[in-house]
Design a protein around this ligand. Structure first.
Ligand code: MRU
Length: 339
């Protein structure tokens, strides 16, 4: 592993023109360590699939499309490391299973497996997956921007931004595109316990672009919906079932339910790689359970009694009926969904 700690705002050599959390350069996968943001802008680079798989599992890189890109780059590294076709197949399965909920990861590794089987260059294929994701995010932004009003406050949950994709973002891509089109929007970022993707990552990334953003605790989302200030909620997704049920970061369901209660439009923005046509309804989506320590510890301090039990599902499923529209790169879909 090579580590580079850069001054705020400085990007490592080879970094694409827009903020991207992960890219390929000279046979290595370069990624910003999202566990360390916003305190440090630490860029790690890896040349083994094992390091990249560990980085996915540890949330050094996170967000459904970004872990799809990471999985693709890991597969490209594995293609150079594995000694036999059979061992490569086993490794690809291991990479795909690093995190269970985001279908983009399995879909990207599957695409890599097909490319390898037909003799295509693995690095080119992985780069094409990255390129496709960036193009999809830009198209999602263009489709979604039209749905937002000319001014007001938009609420988002977790981080579905540049940091969660090849670049530009899905939910934040919609907000970025709307602001670029002249709409006067402010953002409320749910802090998103326990990993604080909203407080640490969304607030950091929006500040980079000079977009006005404020952080609220997750429990305040319903309060702000009730004040009438929120004109729309826009979130990303990790897996969308055929019927339009959407899995996303834990707490999204509460946002959708309070949005429905207060008549606030609730949108999901995601590329087609997030749609799992093999899963009929949200009930079949696997929900990742993570370590209790993510909840019991607040930094170095333990905040839960030693004997207390803890449950840590990190995703929930929003039923399709609570979703006003799903914004994809091919257009805007409304229920009844039938992907
Ligand atoms: O656990 P994470 O940070 O990987 O969860 C990320 C989310 O839930 C995002 O909202 C989702 O992946 C969409 S990212 C465009």
């Amino acid at each position: 592993m090579a580590v580079q700690s850069l001054p705020p705002g400085q990007r490592p050599p080879g970094h694409p023109d827009l903020l991207s959390p992960i890219f390929w350069r000279d046979g290595r996968v370069v990624m910003i360590d999202q566990r360390r943001l916003p305190d440090a802008e630490l860029w790690n680079s890896y040349d083994s699939w094992q390091d990249v798989a560990r980085a996915i599992a540890d949330l050094e890189v996170r967000g459904a499309p970004a872990i799809g890109c990471a999985g693709a780059f890991a597969a490209a590294l594995a293609a150079g490391q594995a000694s036999t076709a059979a061992s490569l197949r086993v490794i690809l399965r291991q990479i795909a299973e690093t995190r269970p909920t985001a279908v983009n990861l399995g879909a990207a590794v599957h695409r890599m497996a097909n490319a390898l089987a037909s003799g295509r260059d693995p690095v080119r294929e992985a780069q094409a997956i990255w390129d496709d994701d960036l193009a999809a995010c830009r198209a999602i932004g263009a489709h979604g921007a039209a749905l937002l009003p000319d001014e007001g406050t938009v609420l988002t949950h977790c981080n579905a931004g540049a940091l969660a994709t090849a670049g530009f973002g899905t939910a934040l891509g919609v907000i970025r595109a709307a602001i670029a089109a002249g709409k006067r929007l402010r953002v409320l970022c749910d802090e998103t316990r326990p990993f604080l993707q909203g407080a640490r990552l969304t607030a950091w990334e929006l500040a980079q672009d000079g977009i006005s953003a404020e952080v609220i605790v997750d429990g305040a989302a319903a309060h702000f919906m009730g004040t009438g200030e929120i004109v729309a909620a826009v979130v990303g997704a990790d897996r969308i079932a055929r019927n339009g049920d959407c899995a996303n970061k834990i707490g999204t369901l509460g946002v959708a339910a309070s949005a429905a209660f207060f008549n606030v439009p609730f949108y999901v923005a995601a590329p087609h790689t997030t749609v799992d046509v093999g899963t009929a309804t949200g009930a079949k989506i696997p929900i990742e359970q993570r370590a209790a320590e993510e909840i019991t510890q607040f930094g170095a301090r333990r905040v839960v009694p030693v004997n207390a039990g803890v449950r840590n599902p990190v995703f929930d499923v929003t039923p399709a009926r609570l979703v006003k529209a799903i914004i994809t790169e091919t257009g805007v879909f409304q229920g009844p969904y039938g992907f």
